[in-house]
Write a protein that binds this ligand. Structure first.
Ligand SMILES: [Zn+2]
Length: 59
């Protein structure tokens, strides 16, 4: 594996981590998310962004 490919993978991993942190942070701060344990509209968007980031890494 070349250094460039590895760097791209690392960047992808970081993007996934960032997206995941944002999602978790939101669910901890958002009243509806905490109370109902369900995704509000924002949480759904953040979750989707996290999925997209993971997909981008896997691709
Ligand atoms: Zn929420």
């Amino acid at each position: 594996m070349t250094g460039q490919v590895q760097a791209q993978l690392d960047a992808g991993d970081r993007a996934v981590q960032r997206a995941y942190s944002k999602f978790i942070e939101h669910t901890q701060l958002c009243e509806p998310c905490r109370k109902d344990g369900a995704d509000c509209e924002t949480a759904a968007e953040l979750r989707q962004a996290w999925r997209d980031a993971k997909k981008a890494v896997a691709a």
